[in-house]
Design a binder for this molecule. Sequence first.
Ligand code: IVH
Length: 695
Amino acid sequence: MADPAGPDTDSAARARQLQAELDHHSKLYYAGKPEIPDADFDDLFNELKALEEQHPELVHPDSPTQRVGAPPDTAFVPVRHQPPMMSLHNALDVEELRAWHERIGRALAAPPTEQSLPTTGEAAVGDFAVELKFDGLAISIRYEDGVLVRAATRGDGRTGEDVTHSVRTIADVPIRLRGTAPAVLEVRGEVILRLSTFEQLNARQLERGDKPYVNPRNAAAGSLRQKDARVTAARGLSFWCYQLGHASGGPAFTSHLQTLEWLASLGLPTDEHAARLGDLAAVESHVVDFERRRHDLDFEFDGMVVKVDDLATQARLGVDAKAPRWAIAYKFPPEERTTKLLDIHVSIGPSGQATPFARLAPVFVGGVTVGTATLHNEDQVAAKDVRPGDTVIVRRAGEVIPEVVGPVLAERPAGSRPWEFPPDCPVCGETLRRAEGMSATMCVNYWCPRQIRGRIEHFVGRAAMDIEYLGERNIDRFVSEGLLADVVGLYGLDFERIEQMDGFGETSVNNLRKSIEDSLQQPLARLLFALSIPEIGQVNARVLAAAFGDIDGILGADEEALAAVEGFGPIIAASVRAWFDDPHNRKLIEGLRAAGLHMVADEPGAGADGEMLPQTLAGMSVVVSGTLEGFSRDEAKQAIVARGGSAPGSVSGRTTALVAGADPGASKLRKAESAGVPVIDEAAFGELLDTGRLP
Ligand code: IVH
């Protein structure tokens, strides 16, 4: 509602500030170098829109609310768009989608001369065309007599930039149309970079010591606006055509989807996901369904575009200053937001690895509130150059862990300095070390309390010695109360004292005692895995056990013999040898032997002589998702392949089983469910590897 008293000075000043900020960010966005995520831009935009609605006299014709995009860059030849390339209004949830539907229903029911007057009746809107909202760059391509003559970016909607030389290099864009092309055809669509191509591009950037691109859209924008078309060609851009701009000499159509079919018949790439839906209820369930499938495709789409399909109805609804009334973008919740990076801390993992992580001002992103995010290692912090006090972009896409993408440099406080890795372990105070050529920084104090607990946690794990009733909390208590100092101590626990502790009773203590006793019989492979030997995951532990038969065989093997083990080589051999030569570890092994552990391999398998593993998975296809305790992703795949199976990256009807570790991919789980593929945990995976049978 307009405020009759007129704007106060604060509102006027705020509006001016917002207009200037939005101008600044639009320019950067269209140059492919945005500083802030879209969602933050939208917040500023919505604030300005609300302010202008309250005080209409603050609206200038060139306010960002009245315009599309940014003025074209003068370095490129300007191209005039006829008709203009418009933007889309957004619906941020289903309610806003319904409000749009009601608006157009009312507009259609009103007498044609007074479209804005509300009436009670609603005229039929007809079918909807629902498409993906591709997250790339809008371009217009002009064909004359079937030959590509010009391509231009959107620019400010009226005038864009000539990027013909770049667009010609995009394999998806035909240089010559198929069939009977009209005299003039101008089409609109989105240039995107597929996720797989984006990952390869960033890997190359890193190899060359160049900064990686923040997201596929920025990379696509940067690639398109290259002066040298050879650079663009090497980037592997893709294109989706979603709209007819203008055709002279072509057939007449009554429906938008028909025009898309015709464009496809001319050889232009249109998206197979475009659907015709009869009513808003169908549209709603369709867009919500795609929101769930957001991460299933090899390119990013940040919403769905709902268009009135009938072209005559589109014409009746018309356009406003910024966007057509006959279409709306249903936007998915943002996966990138900015927030303050309060501080960078280091956490010590169970094996002593020191991992830097960001403490963030809590921010709602990707459907959850995020307060911390890993920064992986020293090099990653340096590459991103994020500093305490920075405003940073935080991303959480799908189910994956939140990530700090990079700083917003324009908002960096004066006098900030690059972050430096702390010299000492925050748990035990010993000096942290980073070995040459390694990315990880380590606390190498064997007696660091975090590592003592970490080794015990790993030792009792399900895929290791499988000792139950001993979670992280109890291990913590036993260690801090002096009941437990290492894994040997498990076999001499003072159960009488434990029974006196809070939360324990006779039954739970008996269960714990039995579980520890049972673990004495675990085969050598499990023990080797349980010992946290660097490079020895579940797979290598099995190979090692099978190669030497018992613990003494390994203790007596020199580096050469270890390197000869199938799949080992010198690095693993050196790591194993070093571990067994460490006096702490020798003592540990003797302690475990004295406790009565069974240190013999159960079954022979792949040996030093290269004997094959039993082909338990021949003909099977096993997909792994999420984090497993006992295998890295590669190890799990190797384990499957070494047993004759295949380990593809996605679930299909032919998949034998999906192994779900911690935080498995939601899309894989859904696919497995719909295709009737069994989902198994890590223990069942171990059994499958051994026996080829599902539990
Ligand atoms: S139709 C006049 N369809 O979204 C209609 N746009 O926020 C204009 N976009 O500038 C666009 N996918 O770059 C349309 N299936 C789709 C789209 C799409 C992505 C982009 C386009 C547009 C922006 C508006």
